[in-house]
Design a protein around this ligand. Structure first.
Ligand code: SF4
Length: 267
């Protein structure tokens, strides 16, 4: 991505976990670009086809402030890793009173995360795969697990245990997501077991069943379909017996209607 900030959508968003979106929604800033290159990416238009618009930090500060003034439970930066310098400048200008959420692929460097200490209240990373091989195969990066697992360690170090207020809104903590892929229940179960053993109640876990084949995944024999109810229940059962706290999506969330409309300028 270029040095200037590019965003693909700035709007209230209501479909995150209940502790993030609550009733009033989160003010979500979807940045253009991503640190991974997943073959099944449902947001490909913005993550890799550069559908977005250029904004200055002052312009973005005005847009975000206007939305926050209308009411929101939180402020979420989505695929933010390549724009952390801009995010820090933005937060210095707007000083939000709601929790700030860093919603990331999880493929973050420790150096970048350390800069964010004190600015981010909630880390919301994915842990997509339990090993490096799947990271290379499906997300086109080397050392996926090594890098992401270290990044999550740093996130948990910064936030400490999850804190949820009396209104049911998360104020602080790390919540790790895993999207169940078709034919890969073993991978999700390994991720759950790893997180349960390493972190237990120091994190929240969010199991996602919204997979729909997109892009190159449509031509991949293992990934060219939605997950079955049986696959999802198998992973869900591992989650339930793991001792991790958190959330799971309903399988009906595997629908294109939950993909937002993007801002339409192209880089
Ligand atoms: S991490 Fe998410 S947004 Fe980025 S390429 Fe993968 S699926 Fe797409």
């Amino acid at each position: 991505m270029p040095k200037s900030l590019y965003v693909s959508r700035v709007a209230h968003h209501y479909w995150e976990e209940p502790v993030i979106s609550g009733k009033k929604g989160t003010v979500a800033v979807f940045f253009t670009g991503c640190t991974l290159d997943c073959i099944y990416c449902q947001n490909r238009e913005i993550s890799h086809n550069n559908l977005g618009r250029k904004v200055t930090i002052d312009e973005l500060a005005k847009e975000v402030t206007l939305l926050l003034d209308k009411g929101a439970e939180s402020l979420s930066f989505i695929t933010p890793s390549h724009y952390t310098n801009g995010i820090i400048q933005l937060l210095d200008i707007i000083s939000p009173t709601v929790p700030v959420v860093y919603n990331t692929s999880g493929f973050d460097s420790i150096e970048t995360l350390k800069k964010l200490e004190g600015y981010i209240d909630i880390y919301l990373p994915d842990l997509k795969y339990s090993n490096n091989d799947l990271g290379l195969k499906y997300s086109n990066v080397r050392n996926y697990f090594d890098i992401t697992s270290k990044a999550i360690e740093e996130m948990v170090r910064q936030t400490g245990k999850p804190v949820i207020n009396q209104d049911g809104i998360m104020e602080k903590g790390t919540m790790v997501r895993n999207l169940v892929l078709p034919s890969h229940t073993k991978n999700s179960i390994e991720v759950i077991n790893y997180l349960a053993e390493k972190y237990g109640d120091k994190i929240l876990f969010s199991l996602m069943g919204q997979y729909i084949p997109y892009g190159d995944a449509k031509n991949n024999k293992k990934l060219n379909r939605k997950i079955t109810k049986r696959e999802y229940e198998k992973v869900l059962s591992a989650f339930e017996s793991s001792g991790l706290n958190g959330y799971c999506q309903e399988l009906s969330s595997a629908s294109e209607k939950y993909i937002p409309e993007w801002d339409s300028d192209v880089l």
